[in-house]
Design a protein around this ligand. Structure first.
Ligand code: NAP
Length: 280
């Protein structure tokens, strides 16, 4: 699985990782086995959050990474309502306990908070100095908020911005991907399969996608993942709760789309600028 640096000072992280939102609703044993299979196949970036299943998903992730913590790039997120200076530290310590680890590889503010951002960033810095998080970042931050966070945190401190990005939602291509690159922040595509609404095979755009997939002997989802990670500094975290799905997703590794493929896909799934950064 190809890796690239995650953020300015970041470690090498695989382009494809694994999401875990709503995994508490999946058959537990199968979902944990799927996560473990994904790690075997190189999907070592595991994304979770205190919000997911109100902590239950972090406990599932703990089981999945048991005995192999060092293989995983582990990310969790603080809820905005908890993101005061003190609240962020307490939330992180709760997540660490549930995840049965002494550190996170990256800790994110889940989305913009009513609590002042400087306090959250001070807490992130305190956690980093204490070794409880190796890096920190943001999620669902538009260009303006990202700029503010970077200015407050200092150069190279914001390791990533995790954002909604899939074939049918390419708002980020109208500026945010470029701003992340300029800031040296990894751009992490969440909901890369549209969170359950993947382009229909019978649609005009779905046919273009299928054509590219056929030409490479790959599946449409594998092409989608390669497309979403086509730019420097970009990553994707598909969620899958079955081994078959995980294996298909990991099979995107090594797929190199040609400039012609990319331009066909960009035309079939045009980037449209929305009034606001779309989120889920
Ligand atoms: P997603 O990854 O776009 O799609 C997940 C859906 O696709 C699930 O129904 C899954 O089914 C299905 N799927 C996965 N692989 C498949 C395959 N090979 N063939 C057919 N179906 C497949 O959706 P998501 O969970 O919304 O997003 C991914 C992750 O991003 C989340 O889990 C979470 O970690 C993160 N996220 C972050 C935010 C944020 O605000 N920061 C928001 C949303 C999501 P099964 O589960 O049955 O395998």
């Amino acid at each position: 699985m190809e890796t690239r640096p995650f953020g300015k000072k970041g470690v090498q992280v695989p382009l494809l990782g694994q999401g875990t939102w709503q995994m508490e609703q999946d058959p537990r044993r199968e979902a944990i086995a799927a996560l473990r299979r994904g790690i075997d196949l190189g999907l070592r970036h595991v994304d979770t959050a205190e919000m997911y299943g109100s902590g239950a998903v972090e406990e599932m992730v703990a089981e999945a990474i048991l005995g192999r913590r060092d293989e995983v790039f582990l990310v969790s997120k603080v809820l905005p309502e908890n993101a005061t200076r003190r609240g962020t530290i307490v939330a992180c310590e709760r997540s660490l306990r549930r995840l049965r680890t002494d550190h996170l590889d990256c800790y994110l503010l889940h989305w913009g908070s009513r609590h002042p951002l400087p306090g959250t960033l001070e807490a992130f810095e305190e956690l980093r100095e204490a070794g409880k998080v190796r890096s920190y970042g943001v999620s669902n931050f538009d260009e303006e908020r990202l700029q503010e966070a970077v200015a407050l945190a200092g150069p190279g401190r914001i390791a990533c911005n995790q954002v909604l990005y899939h074939l049918a939602e390419r708002h980020a291509d109208t500026g945010l991907v470029a701003r992340c690159q300029e800031a040296g922040a990894a751009f992490v595509a969440y909901s890369p399969f549209g969170s359950g609404s993947f382009p229909a095979a019978a649609s005009a755009a779905g046919k273009v996608l299928a054509g590219v997939a056929r030409a490479h002997g790959k599946t449409p989802r594998q092409v989608a993942l390669a497309f979403l990670c086509r730019q420097p500094g970009t990553f994707a975290i598909p969620k899958a709760a079955s081994r078959a799905h995980v294996e298909e997703n990991a099979g995107a590794a090594g797929l190199e789309l040609t400039p012609e493929d990319i331009s066909r896909l960009e035309k079939a799934f045009p980037a449209r600028r929305q009034a606001e950064l779309p989120t889920l």
